[in-house]
Design a binder for this molecule. Structure first.
Ligand code: GLU
Length: 556
């Protein structure tokens, strides 16, 4: 039996040959320099910050160069498949303004390089496995799990690299021995289970100096020196489904991907991919192995973000808390490109997409994720969003994630006024961070959520009722800020408080407290808290009757 006969025996009736597939998916007609990138998530139902981080790189590379960014669903690991996961992937990324030009969508595939779901590409993988079999570059392997365990144990004993490679699977040399040829033939005919392995050309267990190496371009890490692979890795599993390695090589070639952006956890398998591309006679894509997302752990050391410990790893977290997608994008760019913050400082009002993103400015040694920094970035981003627009966005968030806040959205103009409070001052107030925090921050404007949260300052608590009565009696809603504060100062001095904090500090025995203590009593009566934006401005938004109502309630 020749290699070709073996390939026919295994795959007698495929719909197309490898050459036909090559012709069906020709090189893309794109301008010079246009990059083709893809996101290849597994539909596990958990879409995380790492996916978004990678997707962002893909999206920028493609769209900055007039190229194509597509979505491929990598569902070859059927154990991990979760219902509706594809929908979650697409809608979560869309929320962060990551849009695909091509690939899987909720209403089927778009584009000429599909199918874009790996589980529908079985025939394609098999056609290329058949080609490798026919060329003697792959073989069927019948080793059972027990036999493989025995190989591992023996290798362990001999202190050899574990795995199936030259000398460890007799089926690798099936064509050198007549008895083996008939065994393989009859087993295939009997329908016994087997995997297809690469027949690696690498020499096993050489010293580091003797191993030959390939130079591979990584756009983030520079030139990588990649050692020869020598493992006969599985390319097609017993189920007929390809492994990640094989699917990656076949798909990224046929879909004409120019830049493969993926996590650095794939670096160790790069030798395998280099050999597969070479065996199939294809050019390597440019790899972009992104650094792991890290955070400073409880012990002060850097560690990987973990699904179990860090809710902020899940993209759902940001949608649920109501982070504005523009803020998350802005923050991701600060960790993706080291020169981004400087650019933003020089171009505070520029569109984020005007920044020229480059892989060279990406860190190769762990990108540090910090929620506090995200919050800082978010405060600034929200300052640049018009109040009415922000109000509309908050409403859409509440409709989806927090309907309990529906009362906030009864009067959208009023809400916009509340959100705009202090944002146009000489030093704008940056109080707003994310939707849930904003709901809390503005809660005192609404009777449904208003409550007294803080206690009157000790210096003035005994006089609280008297202060509030005097304030109510003198209250004139049309007073300007200066007249208004003048009245508070008068109340303070009448009741024995210093008109200025520094007078009180100098002679504490002469006063009960100072004007700040008096105004805090008023602030708490109206807002329920001792810290807030300007009281006069808040009163103007609340309206006269509500101010009076709250003061009267507090006097009782
Ligand atoms: N399905 C792979 C993963 O989820 C994708 C890796 C790649 O982008 O090549 O890790």
């Amino acid at each position: 039996m020749t290699n070709i006969e073996l390939s026919e025996l295994i795959y007698p009736s495929l719909s197309h040959t490898a050459d036909e597939y090559e012709a069906m998916y020709p090189a893309r007609d794109l301008p010079a320099g246009a990059k083709v990138t893809r996101l290849g998530p597994s539909p596990t139902g958990f879409i995380h910050l790492g996916n978004l981080y990678g997707a962002f790189v893909d999206e920028r590379l493609a769209h900055q160069s007039g190229g194509v960014f597509f979505l491929r669903i990598e569902d070859t690991d059927d154990k991990r498949y979760v219902e509706n996961a594809v929908e979650t992937i697409i809608t979560s990324l869309e929320f962060f303004d990551i849009k695909f030009d091509e690939g899987a969508t909720l209403s089927g595939d778009i584009g000429d390089y599909g199918d874009y779901t790996q589980s529908n590409r079985g025939d394609i993988y098999q056609a290329f496995a058949k080609k490798l079999l026919a060329e003697g570059l792959a073989y069927p392997c019948f080793l059972t799990e027990d036999e493989i365990t025995a190989v591992r144990e023996e290798q362990d004993k001999q202190k050899l690299t574990p795995g199936i490679y030259a000398g460890w699977s007799k089926y690798r040399e099936w064509d050198t021995d007549d008895a083996l040829v008939s065994e393989v033939e009859s087993r295939i005919k009997a329908g016994e289970p087997f995997v297809i392995r690469l027949r690696s050309k690498g020499t096993p267990n050489l010293s580091a100096e003797d191993t030959s190496r390939h130079t591979v371009v990584d756009a983030i890490r520079g030139e990588l020196s990649v050692p020869d692979n020598f493992q006969d890795i599985v390319i097609i599993k017993q189920t007929g489904i390809p492994t990640y390695h094989f699917a990656h090589v076949v798909d990224d070639h046929l879909m004409r991907t120019t830049h493969v952006v993926r996590g650095e956890e794939w670096l160790p398998s790069l030798p395998i991919h280099v050999e597969l591309f070479e065996d199939l006679g294809w050019e390597l894509p440019i790899y972009c192995h992104t650094a792991q997302l890290m955070k400073i752990g409880e012990d002060g050391n850097k560690r990987k973000l973990s699904k179990r410990k860090d809710p902020e790893l899940s993209l759902d977290f940001y949608r649920n808390e109501g982070y504005h997608p523009a803020a998350v994008r802005e923050y991701l760019l600060t960790i993706l490109n080291s020169n981004y913050e400087e650019w933003r400082m020089e171009n505070p009002d520029a569109d984020i997409n005007d920044f020229e993103f480059t892989t060279e400015k990406m860190s190769s040694s762990g990108a540090l994720f910090d929620l506090d920094k995200l919050n800082d970035v978010s405060k600034n981003t929200l300052l640049h969003i018009d109040a009415a627009e922000l109000a509309a966005w908050l409403k859409s968030w509440s409709d989806e994630f927090a309907p309990e806040y529906a009362y906030v959205f009864k009067d959208m103009d009023h809400l916009a006024e509340i959100l705009d409070l202090g944002r146009h001052d000489a030093r704008p107030r940056a109080d707003l961070v994310y939707a849930r925090q904003i709901m809390d921050f503005i809660s005192y404007f609404f009777d449904e959520s208003f409550k007294i949260e803080d206690e009157y300052p000790a210096e003035a608590s005994a006089d609280a009722a008297e202060i509030l009565k005097a304030y109510l009696a003198s209250y004139d809603h049309s007073d300007d800020n200066e007249q208004w504060f003048g009245k508070i100062r008068d109340i303070a001095t009448d009741l024995g408080y210093a008109a200025k904090p520094k007078d009180y500090k100098k002679n504490p025995d002469d006063y009960k407290g100072h004007v700040g203590h008096v105004s805090t009593v008023i602030r708490i009566a109206i807002m329920g808290r001792s810290q807030s934006p300007d009281v006069w401005a808040i009163q103007q938004i609340l309206g006269e009757s509500k101010v009076r109502e709250r003061l009267e309630a507090a006097c009782k």
